[in-house]
Design a binder for this molecule. Structure first.
Ligand code: ADP
Length: 801
């Protein structure tokens, strides 16, 4: 064999191989059928039995020519030939060395070329060679881990081979590489490069095999899982059949029932598809699983919704008026407005173009007016209280994936009404808050907006529900805290406090009969004297509405019920026995001071619960000119105090107040009681009058109440809530009120009972307030020693006991 290597070039017959590469140093057997190939073998056998085997570049070429061959092939010795039937020749060859084609000699009957033997370098024992060998051995090691069984001799040969080129050839020949990779190794004439190339191929093969393994495992797992699931489902089905034997409604029939119900619904195709999908999902879930019950309860809830059920509106304005009158005393203007709105609704048939918002203090009948509207229209009525709602999900619902999730309040209300056109009363819209869980007001806006509520999407229901048929009515104590966009959608109707007289009528004509009926009593069994009712109004309650009054009446009814069971036949409530039923009066002593006082005045405030008397007290003491404010007051009120002070200092000389009083006198203003007024500045004139009274030592009239904003130059500006404020003055027995001149036109809003009872003083400037509010004109007071001569720091310190 060495002689082959010794001769550098030689003429040699060529055997073109398809998909086979002969690696030097290894044996190869194959069958030959092509004529040219058989001829080449024959020629070789006739000479030195040497043949040049070269792999074709493309497998498809049938007729071998030199062009279609790779340049590098292997000179091999033919070891054995076996002629087989059908002209097939089986050959065993041994690769000797690499050689390249130099030129073609013939291509006619067989191929003959001049081939040049590739000279291989000697073994080099440098570090690179060693590193390459180690790398290749490691890669081989990993590789055989994957393929499994490999002859031990081969492993030993690989581990003991010190020639990088031979090692590469050894491995290449003995592992199942494709012919292209083998040709790449054959093409590498540099030994180290060859081994590096092989290592790279091995590593790549390894990662491909790993990937194959992974894919295989995944497929296997999936298959196993599917089989397992299938098996379990079959078992469940068998068990379910066993359980529901005789009960055909259960199990799969249940699913059919859902399907049928969904098909029957008048819904858009998309929503139907979504619901059917849920049924499909349910069919795949094991019976009794938690997820299954979530889907079931979802489907039940959705299917129970009144998608198409509605009541027929009976909108007869005359009848509506009757209902409103039957349910409520007075409220004439409100009833008229409501009837107008209903008329518009009847003509336009548009439920929610503008949302009605009933605004007023508690207990004035907002909710019950809402209820009456529903009755008047023949609609179902549902009330949702929004007070304290901070989470958007309360309006829009929780996603059904969330454990314990349910629809929002709106959809729940529609579901409880059982029709898609109920009247929903959204109570206390002004008490809704917002927090990190979202802003319920914006969700509500979507509910109320006719553009959007056609396709209202509740998070739980997921399919859009048409809310456009629902009639929404809202109530609030104040419009101040309602968000602007919501407020813009609303048609505000204000309900104000009742006078004692109105309360009396409401009580005798409505509340008493209502409570009697509720407690199963007749007029003969329980009677209220008029005086008793008036006494209850004045001495047991102090409220804008009639809620507490109704509670008191209910209390008496309860006690009467008990007495009847104990044998009493008739009960009459009079001034004499009322304390037996209700205990001592709560508001017996009116805390409004009867005697005129220095530095104390009755202001009038407008709060969310109606009008209030706001008593303001001012005290002054020796100090460093500090200005102190205490009590419940907002920022605007503080501004009012400053404006009042500024005015007084500018008028000091006219009033006869010491020049530098503001440097050594501390003034303390206190707002003793009551809720924080809504309209801060309206206490301006009261504050100013108190300070003037205190500094000049002139008492303020105690039979008078006042309200008005003050400017730093003493002008009196108009205020809001006059109706409620004058009502408060009236209720507290104050018969004269000082109000801004600019509010004169608002007088017509005031309840006639109040209007007739009060004397109004219209103030344009602070001088008008001083003139009418103080018990004596400035300068006539005896206690004028307050004006201290310049230089002397002596002054009278006014301390009231
Ligand atoms: P609000 O919603 O304004 O707080 P409600 O509607 O709850 O007040 O009213 C409290 C009670 O007073 C109800 O029983 C209501 O029927 C009754 N009521 C209020 N105003 C009138 C009225 N004008 N006529 C008859 N009853 C009234």
């Amino acid at each position: 064999m060495d002689e082959i290597l010794e001769i550098n070039t030689k003429e040699i017959p060529v055997l073109a191989l398809r998909g086979l590469v002969c690696i030097p140093g290894t044996f190869l057997t194959f069958e030959v059928t092509r004529k040219k190939s058989i001829k080449a073998i024959n020629v070789a056998m006739e000479t030195k039995q040497e043949i040049f085997v070269v792999c074709q570049k493309k497998l498809t070429n049938e007729e071998p020519t030199v062009d279609i061959l790779n340049n590098i092939g292997t000179i091999a010795k033919i070891k054995q030939i076996l002629k087989m039937p059908g002209g097939i020749v089986k050959v065993l060859i041994e690769g000797v060395c690499r050689a390249s084609i130099v030129s073609t000699i013939r291509e006619d009957e067989y191929l003959m070329v001049v081939a040049e033997v590739v000279k291989e370098q000697d073994i080099v024992n440098n570090d690179e060679n060693i590193a390459c060998i180690r790398n290749a051995q490691e890669a081989f090691d990993n590789y055989i881990d994957f393929i499994g069984k490999i002859p031990e001799e081969l492993i030993i040969s690989v581990l003991s081979e010190k020639d990088s080129g031979k090692l590469a050839d050894l491995i290449t020949a003995n592992i199942p590489l494709d012919y292209e990779s083998k040709q790449i190794i054959l093409d590498c004439t540099d030994k180290i490069e060859r081994l590096k190339m092989l290592t790279a191929i091995l590593n790549q093969e390894l990662s491909i095999m790993e990937l194959e393994q992974k894919i295989h495992n995944e497929v296997q797992n999936q298959l196993e899982k599917n089989q397992k699931e299938y098996y379990i489902k079959e078992q469940i089905k068998a068990l379910e059949n066993e359980l529901s034997e005789g009960d055909e409604e259960e199990g799969t029939n249940d699913l059919d029932k859902y399907k049928k119900q969904i098909e029957k619904l008048i819904l858009n195709p998309k929503s139907k598809e979504k619901l059917l999908k849920e049924v499909k999902r349910l069919s795949r879930l094991p019976f009794g699983s938690q997820e299954g019950s979530v889907v079931r309860s979802y489907l039940d809830t959705v299917l129970e919704l009144p998608w198409t059920t509605k009541t027929k509106d009976k909108l007869d304005i005359k009848k509506a008026e009757k209902v409103l009158n039957h349910d409520h005393y007075g409220l004439e203007k409100i009833k008229q407005r409501i009837l107008e709105i209903l008329a518009v609704h009847k003509i336009t048939n548009n439920a929610n173009s503008q949302i009605l918002c009933l605004v007023g203090p508690p207990g004035v009948g907002k909710t019950s007016v809402g209820e009456s509207i529903a009755r008047a229209m023949g609609r179902k009525y549902v009330r949702i209280s929004l007070g304290g709602v901070r989470d958007e999900a309360e309006i829009r619902g929780h996603r059904k994936t969330y454990l314990g999730s349910m629809p929002g309040r709106i959809i729940a209300a529609v579901a409880s009404a059982g029709v898609n056109n109920p009247l929903i009363l959204l109570d206390e819209v002004d008490k809704m808050g917002a927090d990190i869980k979202g802003d319920p007001a914006s969700a509500l806006l979507e509910v109320l907006d006719p553009e959007q509520n056609k396709d209202f999407k509740d998070n739980f229901i997921e399919v859009p529900f048409d809310l456009s048929n629902v009639l929404f009515i809202t109530t609030a104590n104040t419009t101040d805290t309602i968000q602007k966009p919501l407020l813009d959608r609303m048609d505000i109707i204000e309900l104000s406090s009742y006078t004692s007289n109105e309360k009396f009528h409401i009580a005798t004509e409505y509340l008493v009969p209502k409570q009697l009926k509720k407690h199963g009593l007749t007029k003969l069994q329980l009677k209220f004297s008029d005086d008793a009712i008036r006494y209850m109004i004045t001495d047991y309650t102090r409220e804008a509405g009639v809620r507490s009054l109704e509670r008191l009446i209910a209390k008496i009814c309860r006690k009467t019920d008990k007495a009847i069971l104990e044998g009493t036949k008739k009960t009459a409530i009079t001034l004499k026995n009322i304390t037996d039923f209700l205990g001592s009066p709560i508001y017996k002593d009116d805390d409004i001071s009867k005697a005129p006082q220095i530095g104390v005045a009755n202001g009038l405030a407008f709060t969310t619960v109606g009008g209030e008397i706001l008593t303001i007290e001012v005290n002054s003491m020796e100090g460093t000119g500090k200005f102190e404010l205490t009590g419940s007051l907002g920022d605007v009120m503080k501004e009012s105090c400053k404006a009042a002070m500024s005015y007084i200092r500018s008028k000091r000389a006219e009033f006869g107040i010491r020049e530098d009083f503001y440097k050594d006198t501390d003034i303390h203003i206190h707002f003793p009681e009551g809720a924080v007024p809504k309209d801060g500045p309206s206490a301006g004139i009261t504050i100013a009058l108190c300070i003037i009274s205190e500094l000049l030592h002139i008492p303020i009239r105690s039979d008078i109440a006042m309200t008005g904003e003050i400017t730093i130059r003493g002008r009196v500006l108009p205020i809001g809530g006059l109706k409620e404020k004058t009502m408060a003055a009236y209720k507290h027995g104050l018969r004269t009120v000082i109000v801004p001149k600019a509010n004169e036109s608002d007088l017509e809003d005031i309840d006639s009972e109040v209007h007739n009872a009060l004397t109004f003083i219209f103030a344009k400037t602070m001088e008008d307030v001083i003139k009418n509010g103080l018990t004596m004109p400035i300068g006539t007071q005896k206690d004028a020693d307050f004006i201290v001569p310049e230089g002397k720091k002596q002054r009278k310190i006014n301390i009231r006991q």
